[in-house]
Ligand binder design. Structure first.
Ligand SMILES: [Zn+2]
Length: 431
C-alpha cells in the first residue's frame, strides 16, 4: 500500500490523503482549506493526481474541512463512488448545500452538490466492504454524528486513518473505542499539545443561570452542526432539572434546523437517545420575517441560538445589531474562534464589526468565550486511544499545527512509542 500525504499535514483544514490500492487510487477525505488569506488559491491548486485517476473517495466525517472539496472534484470530472457512513451522508447534504451558497458560483453550485450526493455509497460501522482489491471498514471515532476512523487492509497490511477523534466525555457522542492493532496509524493531532481546561456543564449553567436570574438577553453563536445539537440537549436537560429557571429559547439558523433533524433521526447513536429527540423539538424555531419583527423588540430573559459560530456570516449578525446597545446582553462563543474571524477579534477585545458597505455595529454587552465545548480529543485522550497498541506501531501525525504535532510526538515518545513521524505535503510512504 502506497500513501501520499497531501492536505492537512501541518495545518488543520483541507484534509486530503491518497492511497494506492491493488486496483487503483483512493482519496481519504476531501476537505476545503478554510481560514488563511490564500485559502481560495489553495482550494484551486491542482492535486497530485488527475480527477479521473482517482477511483473513489472515502469521507471520515461531514465537517467541511474533510468534505468541502467534494463538489469541486465532481465538477472537475471525478466520477467514482463516495464512501461514508449513513449519518455522514445525511449531514453532508446539510453541510455541502450550505457551502454551495458560500463559495463562488464558478467554484461549485447547488447542482454540483446534488450530483455529488447521488454518488454516495453508505457503509455501516464495522462492516468490511471490498474496495479496489482491498478491504475498507469504518470504525466509530466519536467527534460528531457518524464520524469514523477508516481501516484499510491490503494483503496482510492494515493501516488506520484516525479521522478527527472525539473526546471521552462528550455530551452526545460516545468516545472512540480503543484503537485496533494495525501496522500503521495516520493520526490526527489537532489538540496533541493541549490538555483541555474547563467544564462545559458548569460554564453553560453559569450562563443559563445569569440569563434567568438577571433577566438578560443571551446570544449564543454556535456551529450549526453538532455543537448546536449538543447545546440544545444540555439546555433542555438543565431546564428539566431547574424548571424555575426556564426562559424563552429561540433557534435562528436554517442549517441548525436541518442538522437537528438528522441528529433526531440518528438519536439512537448518541448518549442521550430519548432526551435528544425531545430537545430537538423543544425550542421555538424562527421561520418567518414577521416572527423576527416581533422578537427584535424583546428584552430579557431571552436566549437566542444562532450561527455562524465564529461570526463570519449567517443570521447571528442581525441579533448582534439588534441588541448592540444592551450593555447587559451576553454574547456567548462556545467554540474555537479561527484567526481572522470576527469571533476571534471579539474574544481579543474588539467590539466593532462591519455589517455592510459603510455600516458598523458596536457591541456594548459582554462577550464570553469557552473552549470547554470542543468535540476534539485532547492530548490525554489521544494518548489513551493508542494506549494498548504495540509501542512499535508506526504513527504518522497529521491534522495539527506544527507545535501540536511536535508536542504530541514528544508525549508519544515518553509513552514508549519509537516510530513516530511527521509527514509533510508530498511525503510518500510504502507500507
Ligand atoms: Zn471534524
Amino acid at each position: 500500500m502506497k500513501i501520499f500525504f497531501c492536505g492537512a499535514t501541518t495545518e488543520v483544514t483541507g484534509s486530503k490523503t491518497f492511497v494506492e490500492l491493488p486496483d487503483g487510487l483512493v482519496m481519504i477525505d476531501c476537505g476545503l482549506v478554510q481560514g488563511p488569506d490564500n485559502a481560495q488559491e489553495l482550494n484551486n491548486s491542482p492535486l497530485p493526481f488527475s480527477y479521473s485517476e482517482i477511483q473513489h473517495i472515502i469521507i471520515t466525517h461531514a465537517h467541511l474541512d474533510h468534505s468541502g472539496l467534494l463538489p469541486r472534484m465532481v465538477k472537475k470530472g471525478f466520477a467514482g463512488k463516495i464512501f461514508c457512513t449513513p449519518p455522514t451522508a445525511k449531514l453532508l447534504r446539510v453541510i455541502l448545500l450550505d457551502s454551495a451558497n458560500l463559495v463562488e458560483e464558478d467554484f461549485y453550485s447547488e447542482q454540483d452538490v446534488m450530483v455529488t450526493l447521488s454518488m454516495i455509497e453508505t457503509v455501516e460501522w464495522d462492516r468490511p466492504t471490498e474496495i479496489l482489491g482491498a478491504s475498507l471498514k469504518f470504525l466509530p471515532a466519536g467527534h460528531i454524528l457518524g464520524a469514523s476512523s477508516v481501516l484499510i487492509q491490503s494483503g496482510s497490511k492494515r493501516v488506520l486513518f484516525s479521522g478527527d477523534l472525539g473526546r471521552s466525555d462528550d455530551a452526545l457522542i460516545p468516545g472512540p473505542p480503543e484503537c485496533p492493532k494495525v501496522d500503521a496509524i495516520i493520526m490526527e493531532s489537532t489538540y496533541g499539545g493541549k490538555v483541555r481546561q474547563g467544564d462545559y456543564h458548569k460554564e453553560l449553567h453559569t450562563f443559563l443561570d445569569k440569563i434567568s436570574r438577571e433577566q438578560r438577553v443571551g446570544i449564543i453563536a454556535s456551529f450549526a452542526v453538532a455543537r448546536a445539537q449538543m447545546l440544545m440537549t444540555l439546555i433542555s436537560e438543565f431546564y428539566q432539572r431547574h424548571p424555575e429557571e426556564k426562559v424563552r429559547v429561540v433557534i435562528d439558523s436554517p442549517m441548525m434546523k436541518e442538522a437537528s433533524r438528522v441528529y433526531k433521526q440518528y438519536a439512537h447513536l448518541t448518549l442521550k437517545k430519548d432526551h435528544l429527540k425531545e430537545a430537538m423539538e423543544e425550542f421555538e424555531v424562527l421561520e418567518h420575517q414577521r416572527e423576527w419583527e416581533t422578537l427584535k423588540k424583546k428584552s430579557g430573559p431571552l436566549i437566542i441560538l444562532s450561527s455562524s459560530g465564529m461570526l463570519t456570516g449567517g443570521r447571528i449578525k442581525r441579533h448582534l445589531e439588534n441588541w448592540q446597545e444592551d450593555s447587559k446582553a451576553i454574547l456567548f462563543l462556545p467554540g474555537y474562534q479561527g484567526e481572522g474571524t470576527h469571533g476571534r477579534a471579539f474574544v481579543e477585545g474588539q467590539r466593532q464589526m462591519k455589517t455592510g458597505e459603510d455600516e458598523w455595529l458596536t457591541w456594548t454587552g459582554e462577550v464570553w468565550n469557552s473552549d470547554a465545548f470542543s468535540s476534539h480529543a485532547d492530548q490525554n485522550e489521544l494518548l489513551n486511544w493508542v494506549g494498548n497498541i504495540s509501542k512499535d506501531t508506526h504513527l504518522y501525525l497529521i491534522h495539527g499545527e506544527q507545535e501540536s504535532k511536535d508536542a504530541f510526538k514528544n508525549a508519544l515518545n515518553k509513552k514508549g512509542f519509537t516510530n513516530v513521524s511527521l509527514p509533510h505535503r508530498g511525503t510518500t510512504l510504502i507500507i
